[in-house]
Design a protein around this ligand. Structure first.
Ligand code: LMR
Length: 397
């Protein structure tokens, strides 16, 4: 039977990672997959994670299952991160959180849960969005649609067309919103825009479906959750999906969560039972190790403080690199103005160059990025930034 399967093009992001690994050039530069790198180009295990991991491994005396909803301490810790400790929806018992295998597992569980409540529900995704949103939410049974989000010419959120499109959506339809650090464009909603979007969802009975996989990497843990907290306070129903891949560097451990705000505590109980049942039907039990680490850190004042500091260092490095790249490109007097990169946040920005120029960067200069010209800012460092800037300036000539 397998000979009947169709050949596939490489994954838009992971395919570039494969090309990079196969390139023997010693000076190759990886600005592709969204993985944090330090000044030495490494993706180290955080010190807070190492400490938590050691304590957990020393104390662990069983490998029996934890629970379908995962580690309860982790789920509480994630709720505090997402909503803040005293959020009214938490106090009202309207929030249910389930530990999932990464943010992708969270998107899948949340998507299936929504589709179970409203079969074939329509979800509007930002154009552009992370390419994996589409297969994850489609296979969950949702109907995919889009709204305009990024103005490629002005390098900013295209807010009016976005609102105009969503103003035509029907009651009960969902809107996928990037909580912060928009992937791929790096342009986030301002507080005023979150407020306007919340009003629109209120007025038209739309349900936000917020993916906040990069919480803490834009302005800070609390600042980045502004939109989640606002919508969870004002709207009857909100879906939130998060990940510990990036902010805790737990990529391969696969730890994330799906969190649902329901209209009342009774509905929340139904959401909890159904989310667990959805997970049972996809993967049964989530992996424990990463969530045990994250849960331990979130619940321990000393380790939490250490992690918050490590996260602040990652964030400061990203924001510093954004300015550095803009300066390096400015002195090369490129025909394009790249100052927008310093205003965007998180790991990604579009350079805004053509696919042909992206391919030249890869083939002639060994600088790798996604074909949309999305760069991972964290792949830049003081040792390679001049080569990156030279290469970009060369292909723009
Ligand atoms: C990315 O966008 O590069 C990351 O989220 C990694 C992935 O799985 O695509």
């Amino acid at each position: 039977m397998f000979e009947t399967l169709k050949p596939l093009p490489p994954d838009a992001i992971l395919g570039i990672m494969t090309l990079f690994r196969a390139d023997p050039h010693p000076g190759k530069i990886d600005l592709s997959v969204g993985v944090y790198q330090d000044e030495q180009g490494r993706t180290p295990v955080l010190a807070s994670v190492k400490r938590a991991e050691k304590t957990i491994l020393d104390a662990q005396d069983s490998k029996t299952y934890v629970a379908i909803a995962g580690n309860a301490g982790f789920n509480r810790g994630i709720e505090d991160l997402l909503y803040g400790k005293d959020h009214p929806s938490l106090k009202a018992g309207r929030v249910v959180t389930v530990q999932t295998p990464g943010g992708s597992g969270g998107l899948s569980v949340a998507g299936h849960l929504v589709a179970r409540a409203t079969p074939g529900a329509r979800i509007y995704m930002s154009d552009p969005t992370w390419p994996n949103h589409q297969p994850l939410l489609k296979s969950a049974g949702l109907t995919l649609d889009t709204y305009p989000y990024y103005d490629y010419a002005k390098h900013r959120v295209d807010f009016e067309p976005m609102i105009a499109r969503l103003d035509k959506a029907n009651a009960g339809e969902l809107v996928l919103i990037h909580g912060c650090c928009h992937n791929p464009c790096g342009a986030d909603l301002s507080k005023e825009q979150w407020e306007a979007l919340t009003q629109l969802c209120e007025r038209r009975n739309l349900v936000p479906f917020i993916d906040i996989a990069y919480q803490g990497l834009a302005e800070g843990l609390d600042e980045d959750a502004f939109g989640v907290r606002l919508m969870a306070a004002r709207l009857p129903e909100v879906v939130v999906v998060t990940s510990c891949s990036k902010n805790l560097g737990l990529y391969r451990e696969r730890v994330g969560a799906a969190s649902v705000v329901s209209a009342n505590a009774e509905a929340a109980k139904l959401a909890a039972a159904n989310a667990a049942n959805v997970a049972r039907g996809i993967y049964s039990m989530p992996p424990d190790h990463g969530a045990a680490i994250a849960g331990y850190i979130l619940g321990n004042a000393e380790l939490r403080a250490q992690w918050v500091k490590e996260l602040a260092e990652m964030r400061a490095r990203l924001n510093g690199l954004r300015r550095l790249l803009v300066d390096k490109l400015a002195v090369r007097k490129t025909p394009m103005d790249f100052s927008f990169i310093a205003k965007e946040r998180g790991m990604f920005s579009f350079l805004g160059i053509t696919k042909e120029q992206v391919i030249r960067l890869r083939e002639e200069f060994h600088v790798y990025m996604v074909e949309s010209s999305r760069i991972n800012i964290a792949g830049i460092n003081h040792g390679n930034v001049d080569r990156v800037a030279d290469a970009i300036a060369a292909v723009l000539k």
